[in-house]
Design a protein around this ligand. Structure first.
Ligand code: SF4
Length: 661
């Protein structure tokens, strides 16, 4: 035994790209953007609570989890000598393949494996694992590969037993039977990523409705093992692939890279600034294409915004943005999509042209932007929401994994240019369902006038659609339910798939959409996240640099702020304006900067931002045992981050107003 085992997470990583096996687990050598604290990731996704709840459905089991691998194998083998037994996190080894099973039930000569997932499922919609053409559904493949890997290893390690495999998923249709169930699962961090779940007294009522359901998946496990419904194991077959990965990992042998579009999201693609550690992507591209360091000085084809033909371009040897031509974009009708401003392909072409011309000046479609801005009504309202999920509901009647809207920030701009931080909301008290109070507070702030309301991404609209449904389906709705529904319908529109249809007379205006259509700055390097757009706008706007250079923000007689006092937003380093997000205090004092960077990194449509740091902060406030001063520090940081998000929208507006006036 080498001790370098192929575990299920390494197997899944290798299924994304086999070369990743070589870079993983070397945190001092290779930069790894996904090396987020597993404790925080599990906390934000609800892994700890869901795992503990699942175990509550199989009482009387033995926990093996905290032991090291060899001790866990020995303890598992010892306990499995019992006729019937329930084990939590037992360990199994076959050849160089090692697994820990979430829950294992040994009964009547059968080993039943339960893999608990932080994922919800609607039983009314049937089995989602196979698509119409009989192929495994892409969204479920990692879950099925995971459980297939475990079932195979356990089956081979314990050949005298039959095995059955189950996924334990949150049942979207189940309603929590009691109030306060969520609060019965508290988390105490132990060393590293380890945590202890402190389970309060669970009553029979608490467990009377199963929020998690066991879905039998043997059929799909067989499909995976036999290579049916998937081409992922074509070359060697399932077992051949497992053995090949295990052998390469055991010998620390790199599987030759085959770069493609997948490299764009590779966690081993380090940023240029992170010179301390090696970049896996650079190694791969040097090896595959014979590149040298200087080749990485220009944007890669991976950096072209929303480019969906990366694989094709890379196979054709077009590796840099400057290698691309108009015909590589699949442009139709000369890029005209019938809407004002830049279409997707026109925007891509603009990025290519500016890169080729080494032009770092911004592009702004003044005419169209001016026309749009002329229709906006003052005062202007800029809002941003932060949300999380509650794997185990706070109150009776609610479903698992419901969206929790716990925070917003709100800036106002008057017609005379006056700016103020008009309001904010944060309700993260443990066990309190905040959505209706959140909505009530927002309504009070926005209903004072008929000014235009702005969001950055479709996300705020999605959140309001979710709260709309929660209100409609609530078995004991609040007294002001009708007013709240009417308010949602006034400032949003119904999402596709919503059985109710509405179009608000004051529907929020999406500034991200405005950016995509009318604005491009080369400094954003193809990202439209506000976290990239803001530094670019500040860098290029003399107006903003003048206005925010002094300590005016939050100063008496300056711009009103709820969370800052005399804040200066323009600070320069190497003659460049510093990213304002870097001027904020750290959200978590106990998190290393590179982990924080990952949590805060802005992505298109803000998915990561909304699912990242704020969600993690909320989860910590809900479930983690911590002292008051730690709690206060997280609350203060949340308020400042969210305020900067809406201030960033204001600054973008101000820069545009200067440009078009
Ligand atoms: S850079 Fe590309 S080829 Fe290299 S490990 Fe990452 S995804 Fe694989």
């Amino acid at each position: 035994m080498t001790g370098r085992y192929l575990t299920k997470s390494r197997f899944l990583l290798a299924m994304e790209c086999p070369t990743k096996l070589f870079y993983t687990g070397k945190p001092n050598e290779y930069a790894d953007q996904s090396s987020e604290d597993p404790f925080l990731a599990a906390l934000a996704e609800g892994g700890f609570q869901v795992g503990a709840l699942a175990r509550s459905y199989f009482p009387g089991g033995h926990m093996i989890g905290q032991l090291d691998d060899q001790a866990a194998l020995a303890e598992t083998a010892r306990l499995l000598q019992q006729e019937n037994v329930v084990l939590y996190e037992p360990a199994f080894l076959y050849e160089n393949l090692f697994v820990r099973v979430d829950i294992l039930v040994k009964e009547d000569g059968c080993l039943r494996l339960y893999e608990v997932k932080s994922k919800s499922w609607n039983p009314a919609e049937g089995m989602p694992f196979v698509g119409k053409r009989g192929t495994l559904a892409a969204a479920w493949k990692p879950y099925l590969y995971d459980v297939a890997f475990q079932a195979c290893v356990v089956g081979k390690a314990m050949p005298e037993f039959s095995t059955e495999a189950f996924l334990m998923l949150a049942d979207k249709t189940a309603r929590c039977p009691t109030d306060g169930l969520n609060r019965k699962f508290r988390i105490r961090r132990l060393s590293g990523s380890k945590a202890e779940v402190l389970i309060g007294n669970l009553s029979p009522d608490d467990l009377s409705v199963r929020l998690l359901t066991s879905v039998p998946v043997d059929t799909y496990v067989s499909m995976v093992v036999n290579g049916e419904g998937t081409k992922d194991f074509d070359s060697l077959g399932f077992w051949g692939v497992l053995r090949y990965f295990a052998e390469c990992y055991a010998e620390d042998r790199k599987i030759p890279p085959e770069p493609g579009g997948k490299c764009g999201k590779c966690q081993f693609r380090s940023s240029e600034e992170n010179g301390q550690k090696k970049s896996g992507l650079k190694e791969c591209w040097k090896e595959a294409f014979g590149w040298r360091d200087e080749d990485f000085g220009q944007p890669l084809v991976l950096d072209l915004w929303d480019y969906r033909k990366k694989d094709k371009a890379i196979s054709a040897g077009k590796l840099k943005v400057t290698d691309l031509e108009e015909q590589d974009l699949g442009m139709r009708d000369n890029g005209d999509d019938g809407r004002p401003g830049l279409s997707r392909t026109r925007r891509q072409l603009l990025q290519i042209d500016k890169t080729k011309a080494n032009d770092d000046k911004s592009f702004i479609d003044r005419d169209n932007l001016k026309r749009e801005m002329g229709a906006w009504c003052f005062p202007l309202h800029f809002i941003d929401f932060e949300t999380a999920i509650a794997p185990i509901p706070f109150t009776a009647g609610r479903h698992p994994y419901e969206m929790i809207a716990f925070q917003y920030s709100h800036h106002v701009v008057e017609e005379n240019g006056g700016v103020r931080h008009a309001g904010q909301f944060l309700l993260a008290d443990p066990g309190v369902f905040p959505n209706y109070e959140f909505l009530r507070a927002l309504k009070t702030e926005l209903e004072k006038d008929q000014g235009s309301v702005f969001r950055y991404s479709h996300y705020e609209n999605t959140v309001l659609n979710v709260i709309h449904r929660q209100l409609r389906e609530d078995e004991s709705p609040p007294e002001d339910s009708e007013e709240l529904l009417a308010f949602i319908e006034s400032i949003s529109h119904s999402s596709s798939g919503n059985e109710y249809s509405w179009q608000g007379s004051r529907d929020m205006i999406d500034l991200l959409d405005m950016v995509k259509r009318y604005y491009y700055h080369p400094l954003t390097r193809g990202s439209n996240s506000i976290k990239y757009v803001l530094p670019a706008v500040l860098e290029s706007s003399a107006f903003l640099q003048r206005k925010y250079a002094g300590e005016v923000y939050g100063a008496e007689g300056g711009i009103f702020s709820w969370n800052f006092k005399g804040k200066r937003w323009i600070e320069k380093e190497n003659d460049r304006v510093k990213d304002p997000y870097l001027l904020l205090p750290k959200m978590f004092a106990d998190i290393a900067p590179e982990e924080m960077e990952h949590l805060m990194s802005g992505e298109e449509e803000n998915v990561i931002r909304h699912g990242g740091a704020a969600m993690t902060a909320y989860a910590r406030l809900q479930y983690e045992e911590m002292q008051d001063f730690e709690r206060q520090a997280i609350v203060d940081a949340l308020l400042q981050y969210c305020e900067l998000d809406t201030l960033a929208m204001v600054m973008l507006y101000e820069a545009w107003r200067e440009e078009v006036s």
